[in-house]
Design a binder for this molecule. Structure first.
Ligand SMILES: CC(C)(COP(=O)(O)OP(=O)(O)OC[C@H]1O[C@@H](n2cnc3c(N)ncnc32)[C@H](O)[C@@H]1OP(=O)(O)O)[C@@H](O)C(=O)NCCC(=O)NCCS
Length: 179
């Protein structure tokens, strides 16, 4: 199966959407390990440049983005909310959301530099980027069919669509071929 990360998305088609039921996205989360005090998580006010974005996205292998750096910058700066993790000046993580602020949040892109994974940064980024949207009923995302990533999102209260409710929920996606 063709991996969506090579198509500009970040997951395989057989996983489908993951969905956090209303109010669950930020509630009842298991504790995650805390990163060192040198990591700062902050909402971006546009203080991110294309070179550091490209380096971070390349570090996790998301080449569909980095083949088009201008498009990557447009995607990040055009998002509803972007949260950055920095160690000093170095960008080590990012999460971004596209939302109407009322009924739907789409978590598009969550990434932590491989050198900094499993230190709690990913969990902190998800909480920070979704923090203003606790009232929004649906939070959805697409991700690779990777057991570790599945464990990560389950630890944050998400469920695969086929595991949600009575199991009848399905996700559909349409992706343009690379230009
Ligand atoms: C997925 C990703 C964002 C997780 O970020 P992270 O900072 O490593 O995750 P955290 O340290 O916050 O992990 C929180 C919990 O999730 C679970 N988890 C995270 N990564 C895991 C792994 N590789 N295996 C098993 N469980 C994992 C654990 O329960 C973990 O808590 P613990 O470390 O106390 O056991 C990161 O691995 C990443 O950037 N991967 C590449 C990009 C990607 O696939 N992004 C997601 C698709 S949108």
């Amino acid at each position: 199966m063709r991996r969506l990360k090579e198509l500009g998305l970040t997951q395989s088609l057989d996983v489908g959407y993951l969905l956090a039921p209303r109010g669950r996205a930020l509630l009842g989360l298991p504790a995650v390990s805390t990163p060192g005090p040198e990591i700062e998580i902050a909402v971006s006010d546009g203080d991110v440049d294309v070179a550091e974005l490209t380096a971070l996205y390349d570090a996790v292998g998301w080449t569909a983005y980095t083949r088009d750096p201008a498009g990557l910058l447009a995607a990040v700066t055009g998002s509803s909310r972007v949260v950055l993790a920095r160690r000093g000046a170095a960008l080590v993580g990012l999460a971004r959301v596209i939302t109407d602020g009322a009924s739907i949040c789409y978590l598009q892109d969550l990434l932590v530099h491989p050198d900094d994974q499993r230190t709690g940064i990913g969990g902190r980024l998800v909480r920070a980027v979704l923090e203003p949207y606790a009232h929004v009923r649906q939070t959805v995302l697409l991700t690779d069919d990777d057991p570790a990533v599945g464990m990560f999102y389950r630890a944050l209260g998400f469920a695969e669509t086929r595991e949600h409710g009575d199991g009848t929920l399905r996700a559909f996606v349409r992706v343009l071929p690379p230009s």
